[in-house]
Write a protein that binds this ligand. Sequence first.
Ligand code: GLN
Length: 192
Amino acid sequence: MTLVGVLAVQGAFVEHEASLSRLGAECYEIRKAADLGRSPDALVIPGGESTVMGKLTRDLGMLDRLRGLIEDGTPVLGTCAGMILLARGVEGGITHLGTMPITVRRNAYGRQLGSFSAVSDFAGLGEIPLEFIRAPAVVSVGEGVETLAEVDGVPVAVRYGNQLVTAFHPELTDDLTVHRFLLGLIQRRIAF
Ligand code: GLN
């Protein structure tokens, strides 16, 4: 059975577990460094507050091991704050894992548009609902980064090899397209 480790130090991790369970994956919560030793087939870094999640993963001694798993090719889905944790560049903030060659801007949509809904095609798989909550924006992407979804010309889902990040929250809707895509990356892992 597919085993997915969901970072569970803070934020919306339970909702990801529910989506992945519906797809038949087994999930477990990563709360301490030893949990990373279970060799998960894939990882999820959820939404929440990136400064808090970054500090906790660092303080718990997980940041380097997490980075190692990702650099070794373990597929990872980072949503919202998770995207910030993975980004190599964070405007006005600090880099945490820094494995994804993108630069992001935190809370990019301002107060008025702090939370909003949209729809977009995702990876040519059809339109999916997008829920944004104080979302970051992708302000630049490095070579080899593929845009999977956009809103108003701004990328809101991008992939780089085994790393998939979304500015929105797929775990807050019934749609399973993004989580199914993550599980698909496990099969494609050998190709990265
Ligand atoms: N605004 C949060 C941050 O900067 C992210 C919001 C979210 O994950 N929903 O960390």
